[in-house]
Design a protein around this ligand. Structure first.
Ligand code: F6P
Length: 358
């Protein structure tokens, strides 16, 4: 068992509902094991600046149901430099921080692995609404953001029905179409466009024309923010204009944007966050680090961060020469299996979304 006196905790990158539940669970679990916890304000930037606050049971009272992150967050380019990293390590040493729990997405895990190699054992927790961490079935924040997205679309549906309109809704998710797919299924969209699957625009327009001719008054089309025109501008607005022009259906456009990143976390996000956080503290105390907590087939497991990051590249077809060199044939097989699982899941969801889109 590693002897830890103090764990530091930070949230980094885009915030996600459920991050506060992670913080509360880490604090309460660690304190119950006699380990102090210090909160790092504003992600890795706070680690560089030495902006810290001791956390007690009382400091995390009532935060389990709060949206955002009460530790604040940032994206920190300075941390990517050797100098920034050294300063962050110095902050840990000066404040007797023996280990770190880092909550965020891929960028956050790269930071956690760098800190581990610089002598501060670190563990990552997947907190991002995008569900784009290939190593895990689920990232904390997804459920809340989809529910918010669906609630927004339900409201649009009401007014579209009254006025016989179509609404194109651009949703968040960066390069991952999961929010769009779940939102499309749950809101009865007539079409969905995501970055991972080519979109048949002509077929979608033809279908909208037919549906209107058959008497359908309100229609929703969901487009992921990760779908772009060839010139790099968002495809969603272009599609809305084309639908209006080519079908004659009165068409409105809306971008949900950051509103789906706020709000009270759902039960799913609070409980997953709590379970992952508790396990992370237990693993650190057992002497494990440089792992990211994942949910695989309903189980909370820890996967090596290097494995998770290269798996992510494999899934996105972005492997660089030599990327797989340090992995065993068994690990490479495991990566291929997980990568294929993600592709299959996405295609299954896409099929469900299109099968019911009338
Ligand atoms: O990664 C979460 C996310 O909300 C993405 O869905 C979105 O593309 C991005 O962050 C927006 O980032 P920012 O908050 O920096 O505008």
């Amino acid at each position: 068992m590693a002897v830890f006196r103090k764990i530091g905790i930070l949230t980094s990158g885009g915030d996600a509902p459920g991050m506060n539940a992670c913080v509360k669970a880490v604090v309460n679990k660690a304190l119950s094991m006699g380990i102090e916890v210090v909160g790092i304000i504003g992600g890795y930037a706070g680690l560089i600046k030495g902006e810290l606050m001791p956390l007690t049971h009382n400091s995390v009272n009532n935060i389990v149901g709060m949206g955002g992150t009460f530790l604040y967050s940032s994206r920190c380019p300075e941390f990517m430099t050797e100098e920034g990293m050294q300063t962050a390590v110095e902050t840990c040493k000066k404040n007797q921080i023996d280990a770190l729990v880092c909550i965020g997405g891929d960028g956050t895990f790269r930071g956690a692995t760098d800190m581990t190699f610089h002598g501060i054992p670190s563990i990552g927790l997947p907190g991002t609404i995008d569900n784009d961490v290939t190593a895990t079935d689920y990232t904390i924040g997804l459920d809340t953001s989809i529910n918010t997205t669906v609630q927004i679309i339900d409201n649009l549906r009401d007014t579209c029905e009254s006025h016989a309109r179509l609404n194109v809704v651009e949703v968040m998710g960066r390069g991952c179409g999961q929010i769009a797919l779940y939102a499309a299924i749950a809101s009865g969209a007539v079409a969905v466009a995501i970055p991972e699957v080519p979109f048949d625009e002509a077929a979608a327009i033809e279908k909208i024309r037919k549906l209107r001719n058959n008497g359908k008054r309100s229609m929703i089309v969901v487009v992921s923010e990760g779908v772009f025109n060839p010139d790099g501008t968002p495809y969603s607005e272009t599609l809305a204009k084309k639908i209006a022009k080519e079908t004659g259906v009165e068409t409105k456009f809306m971008r949900t944007a950051h509103v789906v990143r706020g709000g009270k976390p759902t039960m799913r996000d609070r409980t997953t966050a709590t379970q992952m956080a508790v396990k992370a503290v237990e693993l650190l105390v057992e002497g494990k680090s440089n792992v990211v907590m994942c949910e695989l087939d309903g189980e909370i497991v820890a996967l090596d961060i290097a494995f998770a990051l290269i798996l992510d590249r494999m899934y996105k077809n972005k492997l660089k020469p030599g990327d797989l060199d340090k992995f065993t044939p068994e690990q490479i097989e495991e990566m291929k299996t997980l990568s294929a699982k993600r592709t299959a899941e996405l295609q299954r969801l896409y099929k469900v979304a299109t099968d019911v889109s009338f």
